[in-house]
Design a protein around this ligand. Structure first.
Ligand code: FAD
Length: 458
């Protein structure tokens, strides 16, 4: 240990970013990740400011035989952005977003959040596929695939990735693209953080400025009609439509009648990224399918909806997740959604069925590591709360719900919606792409330095 402590002093001298160790001011803040269930004590947290800092951190972990956690936004459900006794490379200071309007691309730092990426691109009337909570890291979201409101219009986030700068396990840095290290470029598009630390992403952007979007709440008894309509609608809906059906306890928001706050409800978050004057016509089926309890859909800037639900999942909330891909939504599955809708534990518990058809289906399953190009939905079930005492019952609700849906779900799920107890499903998540991922892992990280992820073992 004495040697490692000497090395920590050396690391501090070597890097530009702040190195925070046990006993230093700010240690508790530096070690915290989004999911409050993971309360770990790293040896050091390196707030990397440059790619050279990342190289130094990678070399430090490898040479000292220490566990290495690479943290983008810190949102990982299994708390992969922290580790006991090891090294955390926190990329948060590397969050610059530089837009090139001529090529409609953006260079986005490996530690940027979706808010930073969306705001940076929005200034130029541009956007690319991101997620639904603005504090999520671009890093982890992209490397796992990236599902969001624009998936049907422009594909997954990885379908918009043009290149990435990656620090490898041996401390070298490479650019991965279709032309340079194409095997690595293939693997990081869905293979998670298994292959290196990405210091910068280059994304294709698209003209998206104002959208018509927001949540529409229905009585839970109407869930079967709403979900059935959605499933039929989304099969061939215009690709600029990118919302999702869900279950949710009505939060105390001004547009929801006060006497309905706290009631479990069916919900569709609608999102229309086409011409605003076409929105009402496109959304007609949502207005007609059943009586509407509360309608929060309106014209708004693209980044706005991305921040609208942040308060439901604040940093430190204790969350448990389960996920599966879904190809069909039969009445039996819809009945299960209604049944579990009636027992939602709290306002931070939900199920979302994200459509991943449209443009995402036009990419072949072998073109990127993301294997389920034939799935219609990426489903996530999650329950979160502030208190440790509630962990067990919330976890049980998620597991019971997930188990009930097993006959109607695929064996694999989206790696970014999985918990630590899903490590055994990695092969299922990648199906026909798994062996190729193992081969790329052997080439770029044969000793599994980058293992705090849904791990692909070399
Ligand atoms: C409230 C909430 C809402 C979400 N909504 C969506 C959504 O709408 N769509 C969606 O697709 N996902 C969503 N997710 C899931 C999200 O994509 C994953 O949690 C993702 O892993 C978060 O990335 P991060 O960088 O914030 O997390 P981190 O915990 O920092 O990292 C997650 C994993 O990615 C690796 N990683 C992160 N950045 C880098 C990098 N630059 N280089 C190398 N490895 C890196 C880490 O090592 C770790 O293994 C949501 C998550 C939460 C908590």
């Amino acid at each position: 240990m004495a040697d490692v402590m000497t090395d920590v002093a050396g690391l501090r001298r070597q890097v530009r970013g702040r190195v925070v160790a046990e006993g230093d001011a700010g240690y508790d803040e530096a070690r915290a990740v989004h999911n409050g269930m993971f309360d770990k004590r790293p040896l050091v947290v390196l707030h990397a400011e440059t790619a050279a800092d990342v190289v130094a951190g990678v070399n430090f972990a490898r040479e000292n035989g220490l566990d290495l956690a690479v943290r983008g936004g810190g949102h990982s459900a299994p708390g992969f952005g922290t580790t006991d006794g090891g090294v955390v490379i926190d990329l948060e200071p590397m969050h610059d977003v530089k837009v090139d309007t001529a090529t409609q691309t953006a260079d986005v730092g490996g530690g940027a959040t979706l808010a930073q990426m969306n705001d940076g691109a929005h200034a130029f009337g541009l956007a690319t596929t991101g997620g639904i909570i603005s504090t999520t890291g671009v890093g982890g979201l992209t490397l796992g695939g990236g599902i969001g409101y624009l998936t049907r219009a422009f594909g997954l986030t990885i379908d918009n990735l043009r290149s990435a700068d990656v620090v490898l396990a041996d401390g070298t840095q490479v650019t991965a693209s279709e032309r340079e290290h194409p095997d690595l470029f293939w693997a990081i598009r869905g293979g998670g953080g298994n292959f290196g630390a990405v210091t910068s992403f280059k994304f294709q952007l698209h003209p998206v400025k104002e959208v018509f979007a927001g949540p529409i709440f229905y009585n839970l008894e109407d869930l079967p009609a709403v979900f059935r309509m959605f499933d039929e609608f989304i099969t061939d809906a215009p690709e600029q439509f990118g919302g999702f059906p869900a279950i949710q306890i009505a939060p105390p928001l001004p547009f929801i009648p006060e006497n309905r706050h706290g009631d479990p409800m069916a919900l569709v978050v609608v999102h229309w990224a086409g011409p605003l004057d076409e929105a009402e016509a496109v959304l007609k089926p949502f207005r007609e399918v059943a009586p509407i309890v509360a309608d929060g859909a309106a014209a708004l800037p693209y980044p706005a909806l991305n921040g609208a639900f942040d308060a439901i999942f604040p940093k430190g909330i204790r969350a448990y997740w389960k996920a599966a891909f879904v190809k069909e939504l039969p009445d039996e599955a819809i009945a299960i959604h209604k049944r579990f809708g009636a027992t939602l534990p709290n306002v931070s518990s939900t199920m979302h069925l994200y459509p991943i058809n449209g443009a995402a289906h036009r990419v072949d399953a072998g073109d990127t590591a993301f294997a389920y190009r034939d799935a219609k939905y990426g489903m996530v079930i999650l329950s979160a709360g502030p208190d440790a005492e509630g962990d067990a019952s919330r976890r049980q609700w998620v597991r019971d719900y997930y188990d009930a849906l097993t006959p109607y779900s695929e064996p694999g799920g989206y790696i970014n919606f999985m918990q630590d107890d899903d490590a055994g499903r990695v092969e299922d998540n990648y199906r026909q792409n798994f062996d190729r991922l193992v081969a790329v892992k052997r080439t770029y990280d044969p000793h599994n330095l980058f293992h705090l992820n849904q791990n692909i073992k070399p």
